[in-house]
Design a protein around this ligand. Sequence first.
Ligand SMILES: Cc1cc2nc3c(=O)[nH]c(=O)nc-3n(C[C@H](O)[C@H](O)[C@H](O)COP(=O)(O)OP(=O)(O)OC[C@H]3O[C@@H](n4cnc5c(N)ncnc54)[C@H](O)[C@@H]3O)c2cc1C
Length: 385
Amino acid sequence: MSPARPVLEVLESGAVHDRASARAFVDEHIAPRANGFERDGRIPEELLERMGAAGLWAPFLPRESGGADMDMVTLGEVHEEVGRGCSSVRSLLTVHTMLSWALRRWGSDAQRERWESELARGTTLGAFCLSEPGAGSDAAGIASTAVESGGGWTLNGTKKWITNGQRADLYLVFARTAGSIGAFLVPRDTPGVQVCPIPEILGTRASMLAEVTFRDVRLGPESLLGPSGFTAGMVLTGTLDLGRYSVATGSVGIIQACLEACAAYTNQREVGGSALRNLQLIQAKVSDMVTDVRAARLLCHEAGRLKDARDSTTIMATWVAKYFASTRAATHASEAVQIHGANGCGPDYPVARLYRDSKVMEIIEGSNEIQRVTIAGEAYREMKL
Ligand SMILES: Cc1cc2nc3c(=O)[nH]c(=O)nc-3n(C[C@H](O)[C@H](O)[C@H](O)COP(=O)(O)OP(=O)(O)OC[C@H]3O[C@@H](n4cnc5c(N)ncnc54)[C@H](O)[C@@H]3O)c2cc1C
């Protein structure tokens, strides 16, 4: 990768540091091209580099590592804007964020020294490897193993549905160790790592999904994140919470994109001599989008504010935000296709892509069913029942 040219270009127009600069970046470099990314099934290298030059990959990292010390509320707003433009790009940011944040939170000095500035610049891209062919919602059911031997580890197993698995340079891999689950940093070029692309996915088609197999992969002791035996609960809870927050904000972006597409379309499309915008049944759909996008954004803001305050109730707030935002995104993306009629089913408008992408949001980072079970369980706990 050669970041020199994009760095100069983007520095002229300013790095992404808040919602407004993210919106400008997305409107120029992402949203107009998103249907093409979906058709190609990948995000072009040129955009990945441009995102690095704009400081988009891990802006929450400290300045000394090349980040921007960005707070979580602002990070959520940036991910919302990227999600408004393209859920595939936002998905890449999500998994990269999860790995980078885990490294920051639990990495040793040596691990941070090795990877952090590359992750901040996007010259190393990350992926998050938890799901397996036989284990998704039930993370405790993973079968991959990491056996301690010769002062290091031997990793075996298969991870499936790995966002950015095709392109990532560094994987955060969860595997069974003696009596626990460990989190390991595995460079993609380690012997024994095999990457098999997964094509023709329903949504987020440009997120470069892969099945990643680890066959007798030899890892040094420095590959384990956090002290042995500790990682399972802490790393998983923290990274999944942050990934869920990113998906929640990205889902807000989907609703906003539906609203903007529908407003523009109904303003110019005439039926029976009148613009669609004048029909009350259309107005009802648009007003529901307006209401839900504001509500979902507020829920995300609350989750982000609690993260910034290091308040552990952010976990419940994030479950609620993700459940609400993803289900409303799926509803409104369906209505957006409906409003566009046949045009909504074709490739010339963004809504068919938004519809496909929105369904995925109801499955990843904790499916709707899992969210409902956990939200209810936590509600009873809060009420001491
Ligand atoms: C586009 C895409 C990208 C992904 N990216 C990644 C990634 O980067 N890294 C990664 O590790 N994984 C990734 N995943 C996998 C994703 O995390 C899992 O699909 C998700 O956790 C659900 O697991 P599953 O598909 O195995 O469904 P299952 O766990 O088999 O569940 C099947 C159905 O049963 C329901 N169900 C399960 N348990 C319960 C319960 N207790 N009560 C009620 N209903 C229940 C589920 O909600 C679901 O509807 C991705 C998936 C997709 C589609």
